[in-house]
Every structure is written in C-alpha cells, then in structure tokens.
Design a protein around this ligand. Sequence first.
Ligand code: G6P
Length: 612
Amino acid sequence: MCGIVAYVGHREAQQVIIKGLKRLEYRGYDSAGIALLNNGLNVYKKKGKVSDLEEYITDETLKSTIGIGHTRWATHGEPNDVNAHPHYSSSRKLAIIHNGIIENYSSLKQELVNKGHIFLSETDTEVLIHFIEDIWENNNCSLEEAVRLALTKVVGAYAIVIMSNDNPDQLIAARKGSPLVIGIGKDEFFMASDATPIIEYTKDVVYLNDLEIAVIDNGQLLIKTIEGDAPTTPYIQKLELELEAIEKGGFDHFMLKEIFEQPKSIKDCLRGRLDSQGNRLVLGGIREYVNKMINADRIIIVACGTSWHAGLVAEYMIEEFCRIPVEVEYASEFRYRNPIIREGDVVIAISQSGETADTLAAIELAKSKGAIIIGVCNVVGSSIARSSHAGSYTHAGPEIGVASTKAFTAQLTVLSMICLIIAQKRGTITDQAFHQMLVELETVPEKVEKVLKLNDTIRDIAFTFKDVSNFLYLGRGYNFPVALEGALKLKEISYIHAEGYPAAEMKHGPIALIDEEMPVVFIATHDSSYEKVVSNIQEVKARKGRVIAVVTEGDKLIPQMAEFVIEIPAVQDALIPIVSVIPLQLLSYHIAVMRGCNVDQPRNLAKSVTVE
Ligand code: G6P
C-alpha cells in the first residue's frame, strides 16, 4: 500500500519522481504528492492519480535536484489534497513520505496537541513528522538522531523518507515492515518501494532491512540501525529486472499483457527445475528442507486473495499425492485465532508481492512456535522471501495489473513441483506416475497458449454478459478454487457481484438466485468430478439459468446443454487449474473493459497490501 520515491543527485528530481510514482501506482492511487527544494521546501499534492498531480504542477518552475514523492492508498483520513503525502513538520522545515501505519499515532498526537502542535490532516504520518521535529528541537541532536529516537517510540509499520529545508543534499529513510530499495548511481541516489522506478538509471541497489536507517548526505550512503548500532557496510546487489518487463509492450493494459505472458512465465518458472527426459525435478531453494517437509505431520498453507486460492489447489494436490494433511488458512484469520502450531509443522506462505502484512505476520507467529516456513513468492528479495527458512520463487516477472493473473498460474506451477518432490521422496507416487506428471507439466505452457487463441470467442461471450449485475462460478474438485478465482477476478475489475462455489454446494443456497437472468460459469472439464458437474448443470438449466461452460476439447455432452462453451485442452486433473483459469481471466478482462472500468487499477484496491 502506498508507493514512495525519493531522489537526490544531479537530475531534475520532479521528473524522476513523477515517472517513478507512475510505476508504483499499483500500490495505491487515490492521491499523490511531491516535495521539492526550490526557494524553500515546497509540497505539491493532489487527490487522484499521479497524472492529476502531474497536470497540477506543470505550470510551476520546479527546478530541484532533491525531492520525495508519494502515491497513496488511504488508511487514516479520506483521499483528499490535505491527507495526501508529503506532510510538513510544524515549522515546515521537514517533509515526510510514509508507507505503512503508525499504530500508536493517536497517543503521540495527543501528547503533541498538549504541547501546542496543530495538525492539518487526519493522517498518522503528519503526527510522525511532528514528533520527529519535536525531538529534534528539544534534544539538541542531529536530524538523523531525532529520526532514530522517534522510531524507537513508534509502534507499527513504515517505510519513510524525510527531507529537510536546511540540507539540500540529505535524505533520511527508515523501514520496518514496508519495503524500501535504494538505488546507487553515479553521484546520485534513488529510493523507492520497489526497484521499478530505479532500473532505468542504475542496477546497483541496496534493500534496506527492517529496523535500519539509511542516511544519504553529501553523496555518501550510510546504513545504521534504529537501535543505534555502528553503521554497516551496505550490501549492494545487481538488479536482474529489465525495463521492458515493466512496460505495456503494445497491449492496452498490463492485465492483458500479463494474461498473454503466461505461456512464457510458466516456462520461466519450470526452467532449470524440470527435466522430464531425465525424470528430474529440482527446487534448489527448498533442498535443505525437503526432509523436514516429507516428515511433517501436517502442512499449513497461509495466504491472502488470489494466493489463497492457489493454496486451496495445493491442498488438494498435496493430500492426493503426498498423503499429508493440509490446512489452508486466510493469513488474517490464522494470525489472530490462537492456532495450534507444533514444532516441526511446515507452513507454506504464498504471496505474489512477498509483502502482504497479514501473511508476513502469520509466518512470524508460526516461526515463533517452531514451524518451518517455506515461502512461495514472486518478488525476489521481498520480506516474506527473506523471513522464510526456505522457498521457491515463482519467476513470473513483475506483475503490475492489480488483479493477479500470471502470478497465480506460476504459484500453481511451483506448488505442483513442491508437491511432486515431496510425493517422490515419501514414496507416495509411483515412478511412472511421477514421470507422467513431469511430462504433463512440461506441456502446460503450450496448452495455455492454445487457450489464449480463444481470446476473440471469449470477448464475444463477454459482450453478451457485460451488463448483468450478478455472476455465479461453479466447479468441483481441482476446479472449485478456480471457480473462486474466476469470481474474484470478475468482481475485482468489473464491480459485478460474483460468487464462486463448489458446484454441489449450490443446492444449499445459491440455487435460489438462479433465474433466466443469471449467468452461471461452470468449470466442467473432463476430470473425476465430470459426471457430477453435468448433473449440476442440469439443475441450473432446469431453473433457466444461462450456462457458460469451460469444458475439455471434444466434450460432446455439455455443448448440448450450455449456451456458450469454451473448450480447453485436456491435462492431468491436478494441473487443470493452470489451464482452466485462463478463459476466466480473459472473460473478466473483456467484461471490465466493455464496462469502461480501469482494469489495471480497480477502485479501492491495491496490489501490495502492507496494512492488516
Ligand atoms: C491484494 C491483491 C491481490 C492479491 C492479494 C494477496 O489483495 O490485489 O491480487 O492476491 O493482495 O497478495 P500477495 O502479494 O500476498 O499474493
């Protein structure tokens, strides 16, 4: 939530920051602001998108080689010009940008109000910068020391950057729980919530760790700890990201680009790991923990949103192939319900961003009780990846559309590999079945490619249903999580109310909704639940529901019952979700575009949810 960018060097800071904020808009886009040093410390901010801010500041003569900028996803106070960041301190000598939440802000605010501070916004962030200044003024210390002292009193999560009117060469940043990357160029520094605003200028980066403070002053970067330990030498890493990966590449939207990238992203995910001819499957990142996994009494999967749906598929897979009991938990529930976690339990945390606050907190809790944490993340170097004992990256490349697509199929690919490795080592899969699964996995990218060719057909179906108010998605077995994911995709980006259900559960409630207006998407591929799903389709037909069915190529029966049929290639049951979700992603995309929705930045959502 919220994106932050800062720059100090020899370029025009305004341009670097605005461009950077546009790249970070996936993190929040309800208001944006920038602070620059041009005849004093000036803050410009505006409700709306970064482009609104850009329009607002075009007339100004903003020449500054230092600046900070922010794109917001509101937590404290509605999205408006005043609550937008940056925020000034009391004297207006300091300005701050912040991603995260200061949980004890109201007690700090009360103390400051008692001392005569006046606050303009409703934000926790404004309280923090007043608090820092208060310490700075009353302790006769450096600004850096004041920031450090203030942060020792702060409860919550933050990535912050502060600039000062008095020092045109200085930026002070700190992080706890929210990401911050520092780019090191020639006589210039960049700071941002992720590396995308930085890559076109430099590939040398430092990922700030939790409870660290970074001070850039006079062309030098120093990293210290909030506890006040001696400075550490920054660990400089080379970014592997390329600029093309974060551009639209001719597609109308990032979401469409990412849907179409799936044959490649799945291949990238399999590359170097799967060799069906040699009958080998290797995941280097979990190698040292495989023994613990095969001996686990149970596996707990924690995740949120789409990643949670991937977890549900993994539950079915791991129980089927490994015969280990699996529980799939919403991270937000798990962390607060006093769960039973035993020493040696294995927790798989699934997260595209690797920054989701609830998932991070769930794994910290499990870790404190002796569980082994296996992270399945997309973003390399992310907080969840770093707090896991071991893990496998999904290697889907940057996902920018807020609605997750290629990250989901890459998660399923990694989870199926983890599952097969455990099953093989436990001896719960025959050699022949193992080999067959590897062969099947290898064919998945081309099957996905084939489904993408149905784009025009799916666009036509979307046209028929673009104006409806409700949708129902039904599936059984491995396709039940796909039904949930299809419904989530549609509601996220088109704002049509959609529900996903296990098909057989329909008769216990949702069937009451079915009439001649109600579109029902059945994911009815040729798997072990096929006959049962056919009966469920009959039940919907009997009530005049409008059936759209995703079926296996060559199906003769369902086309006679359904109004629309989308045929996908046959694939082994456990791998079906990777293929059957593709038409649902396209259906949601086209409906949303036809309804005039902003598919890449749906209202109220954010891609990286770093607040609980
Ligand atoms: C947000 C995103 C979803 C995502 C969920 C979990 O809600 O909009 O697309 O599935 O967070 O995110 P994670 O990064 O942990 O997978």
